[in-house]
Design a binder for this molecule. Structure first.
Ligand code: SAM
Length: 255
């Protein structure tokens, strides 16, 4: 508890903590309202049948390597996220983007997926927004801990929370080719980030939202909109991928 309060002071995290407390209070209500029919009827459950196998295999190898690295950091288990490394690597290799923006880094599985794909593509930059976990000692040292130093050349990482980081990052970006959202899981947090980044999206931008089964944000914003989307079941959760150009989705996932 002392650690937690010290970190709140160290990172001036008062607003972020209030937001988290508020989300704890409303998350059950948001979850209870989720349209589970929408998710279960539309989601792809066996993604491997719909992707380019060669590139997918590279993603599997990367995921195994990251898990191995992680297993050597036993004591830090708490700080592991659950993004689908294979999917993020796959989309980045297929699209070959110039600019990727992600929210939510934690130990860095998603960041490592993007940065490894960027290195293999020989093209691209990753901008990441995170907020360190307040309940561990020296939390900054754990952010992106699985990302190899040699990959960090193409990485711009900010740690002051989305509300501060995203406006700072957006000033530097002329456009966003891939946006991955995996930070504040509340409806309000998603809405805030999406509305902020919208002006930097173009016809072919790809948006990936993790844990869309937390609330109805994805359905409300993308079901009846000018975006096309695919839902992917990953372990016991759902990921939403959308873009205004349906041909891109058809090339990524051969349905
Ligand atoms: C699920 S984890 C991210 C996992 C990561 N994408 C991965 O693949 O390893 C969520 C991260 O978002 C951070 N976070 C939570 N609220 C945030 C906010 N408002 N702004 C920025 N980061 C936030 C958490 O501290 C945590 O590091």
């Amino acid at each position: 508890m002392k650690k937690y309060f010290n970190n709140i002071i160290k990172y001036s995290a008062y607003r972020e903590v209030l937001r988290k407390v508020r989300y704890r209070l409303i998350s059950k209500k948001e979850k209870a309202q989720v349209d589970t029919d929408f998710l279960s009827k539309e989601a792809i459950t066996n993604i491997i049948d719909y992707v380019d196998n060669e590139i997918w295999k590279e993603g599997i190898e990367l995921e195994n390597a990251l898990n191995q690295k992680w297993s050597k950091l036993q004591s830090k288990k708490k700080y592991k996220g659950e993004a689908d490394v294979k999917l993020l690597y796959y989309i980045t290799r297929m699209i070959k983007p110039e600019f990727i923006l992600e929210t939510g880094v934690a130990s860095g599985f998603s960041s490592a997926a993007f940065l490894t794909a960027i290195t293999n593509n020989k093209k691209g930059k990753l901008f990441s927004s995170d907020f360190p976990y307040l309940s561990i000692d020296n939390p900054e040292s754990m952010v992106g801990v699985v990302v190899e130093d040699k990959l960090k050349l193409n990485w711009n990482l900010l740690l002051k929370g989305d509300r501060v980081n995203l406006p700072e990052i957006l000033i530097k970006l002329s456009k966003i080719d891939i946006f991955h959202y995996d930070s504040d899981k509340s409806y309000e947090g998603r809405e805030f980030a999406f509305n902020l980044i919208k002006p930097k999206l173009h016809q072919d931008s790809i948006l990936i939202f993790d844990d869309i089964d937390d609330n109805n944000f994805f359905k409300d914003y993308f079901q009846n909109s000018n975006f096309y989307y695919r839902l992917i079941k990953y372990n016991s959760k759902y990921i939403g991928v959308c873009t205004k150009n349906d041909q891109i989705l058809k090339n990524l996932f051969k349905l």
